[in-house]
Design a binder for this molecule. Structure first.
Ligand code: F6R
Length: 615
């Protein structure tokens, strides 16, 4: 979704803002813009397209001087992606400039009212309504920018992270958030504003994260002032020291962030279990669980809410928690859960899974769960994110920044955390035999080595990708633990290569999708030795008899499936329950290579946003 960047200080703002916008490109966007202020006034440049297009346009037509500036990458909601709808937007007088990430839901009546008062609108955006509302309040209430922003925000319904600049008070930016993230970097006589800390990491490691419903007056040479939008009460800013470093947010020699992140998996899975898992001592523990173990043990059921890839990790968790800990689990799309009047009991534990920790639907789902008295446990990657703060307790995945829009390392680290949770609960409940418990701990500890081994199939997957890069459809099949992996494999292919793909439980194929199979249809079958091997061999035979092209992910040394398949990718042997951590890897590689061969923008696929902060 949209990215916002702002700077006020002693350096030239333009390079900071544009470089910051590049860092936020991963969020997904279709247009970009920047506003700079200098003695000549406000200078604006906006364009449909990428930040590189903005820079080209700016070179030709923008006065880039100035030590105060705001910039924006827009992911279109209201109004098509074009130059005019791009942010920043100016108020009718030209005095105010705004950037906004979110949606103003009641923009239509507000716009009508402003039109009646003589305001005109150049764009189709809700944001232009907001900036003019602020201007109107400034006029009628004769207030300064901060107060006018506050009054305006109390009139709007929706979600926002905004930064507003007023030419009449050019030593200040006013920022506010509700439902969309906003971080303020605090340097020496300078401030940075951004959707996350990546745009300012090389300038300062001190940041304040605004909480929902807070606004900040960010003034040069003065401490920042934070207050609650609703009741004007002052909030003492909590300055956090950032753990991010530049290396983590750069490509490190890979062509794409996605590939870097796929290759990081052996290390980040280790980071996920470091200090939590000790197979020799038979220990698996996570602070968030230890402190709340009774909640889990007394739970009548566990509800998992998530979206997209995180929802797929939730499905894996359903299998592993039910098998190991014998607690009933239901997995829900957060977007459905929040609106379908679900039955939630005080004895329910709700696990929210989210890489970004900012997904609007997941956030709304946990608010609903809390209102109904459930205990909410967050599994997030981004430290300090909204979902991690809104949850009663949780466990971070420690995957490090995931910049590629297609989730890879987030998925495997989420499964790692959830498997540890299942093992911890199994230990407490005595639902796994001692030997099985220890065997799983041992196996989990060596999973990173096995992931490393699977990464060496990269060349084979590249060859397979060459054969299938022009396909228009693709089917992914798996059973048991590998059914969610089939869904995830199909999602990866769809989102980065734009090839239509479906994931199915292999046995369901006979109930419909089998009609699709002909000699043009690649079918990727996840068929490791453990699990339902014989059953899946039968499914493969059914595909073969209909001339489908079979690409199978098999356990090393397999001969039976190899004979039936057109291509095989070998993986090391692992128990069924842990196999998703391994079987996922070749599917990530396959979709990556197909997308590259098709010339797709792997890290920023069209129409997609990394962090979906609107519903
Ligand atoms: C797919 C992908 C998305 C996200 C989904 C949830 O590769 O990245 O499907 O998984 O938008 O995002 P988080 O996990 O941030 O809540």
């Amino acid at each position: 979704m949209c990215g916002i960047v702002g700077y006020i200080g002693h350096r030239e703002a333009y390079p900071i803002v544009t470089k910051g916008l590049r860092r936020l490109e991963y969020r997904g966007y279709d247009s970009a813009g920047v506003m700079l202020y200098n003695e000549k006034g406000i200078n604006l440049c906006k364009t449909k397209g990428k930040v590189s297009d903005l820079e080209k346009k700016a070179k030709a037509e923008l006065d880039t001087k100035g030590t105060i500036g705001i910039g924006h990458t827009r992911w279109a909601t209201h109004g098509v992606p074009n130059d005019v709808n791009s942010h920043p937007h100016l108020s009718n007088s030209g005095n105010l400039a705004i950037i906004h990430n979110g949606i103003i839901e009641n923009y239509a009546p507000l716009k009508e009212e402003l039109k009646n008062r003589g305001y005109t609108f150049k764009s189709d955006t809700d944001t232009e309504v907001l900036v003019n509302l602020i201007e109107e309040i400034q006029k009628t209430e004769k207030t300064k920018l901060g107060k006018a922003v506050q009054i305006a925000l109390n009139q709007v319904v929706g979600a926002y992270a905004i930064a507003v600049f007023d030419i009449k008070n050019p030593e200040e930016i006013v920022a506010a958030r509700l439902g969309s993230p906003l971080a303020i970097g605090i340097g020496e006589n300078e401030y940075f504003i951004a959707s996350d800390a990546t745009p300012f990491i090389e300038y300062t490691s001190n940041a304040v994260y605004l909480e929902d419903g807070e606004m900040a007056n960010i003034r040069l040479h003065k401490p920042i002032k934070i207050r609650k939008i609703k009741d004007d009460s002052l909030v003492t800013p909590t300055v956090q020291e950032l753990q991010l470093n530049l290396e983590q947010i750069e490509k490190g020699g890979y062509d794409h962030f996605m590939m870097k992140e796929i290759y990081e998996q052996p290390n980040v899975i280790k980071d996920t279990y470091r200090g939590r898992l000790n197979a020799n001592k038979g220990i698996v523990q996570m602070a968030g669980i230890e402190d709340n173990i009774e909640k889990f043990l007394n739970a009548e059921r566990i509800l998992i809410v998530a979206c997209g890839t995180s929802w797929h990790a939730g499905l894996v968790a359903e299998y592993v928690i039910e098998e190991f800990a014998r607690i009933p689990v239901e997995v829900e799309y957060a977007s459905e859960f929040r609106y379908r009047n679900p039955i939630i009991n005080k004895k329910d534990v709700v696990i929210a899974i989210s890489q970004s920790g900012e997904t609007a639907d997941t956030m709304a789902a946990i608010k609903l769960a809390k209102e109904n008295g459930a205990f909410v446990f967050g599994v997030c990657n981004v430290v300090g994110s909204s979902i991690s703060r809104e949850s009663h307790a949780g466990a971070y995945t420690h995957a490090g920044p995931e910049i590629g829009v297609a989730s890879t390392k987030a998925f495997t680290t989420q499964i790692t955390v959830l498997t540890m949770l299942a093992l911890r609960l199994a230990k407490a409940k005595g639902t796994l035999s001692n030997s099985d418990y220890h065997r799983y701990l041992m196996e989990l500890e060596i999973i990173p080595e096995k992931v490393k081994e699977v990464l060496s199939t990269n060349d084979i997957t590249k060859e397979i990708a060459l054969k299938f890069k022009d396909s228009t459809n693709c089917l992914y099949l798996g059973r048991g633990y590998n059914f969610p992996v089939a869904l995830e494999g199909a999602l990866k292919l769809k989102e980065i290569s734009y090839i239509h793909a479906e994931g199915y439980p292999a046995a369901e194929m006979k109930h419909g999708p089998i009609a699709l199979i002909d000699e043009q249809m690649p079918v990727i079958v996840i068929a490791p030795k453990q699990g339902h091997y014989d059953k899946i061999v039968s499914n493969i035979q059914e595909i073969k008899s209909r001339s489908g092209k079979i690409i199978a992910v098999v356990t090393k040394g397999d001969t039976q499936v190899r004979e039936l398949s057109d291509y095989v990718i070998e993986i090391p042997e692992t128990s069924d329950a842990l196999s998703p951590l391994i079987t996922t890897i070749p599917l990530q590689l396959l979709s990556y290579h197909i997308a590259v061969l098709r010339g797709c923008n792997v890290d920023q696929p069209r129409n997609l946003a990394k962090s979906v902060t609107v519903e």
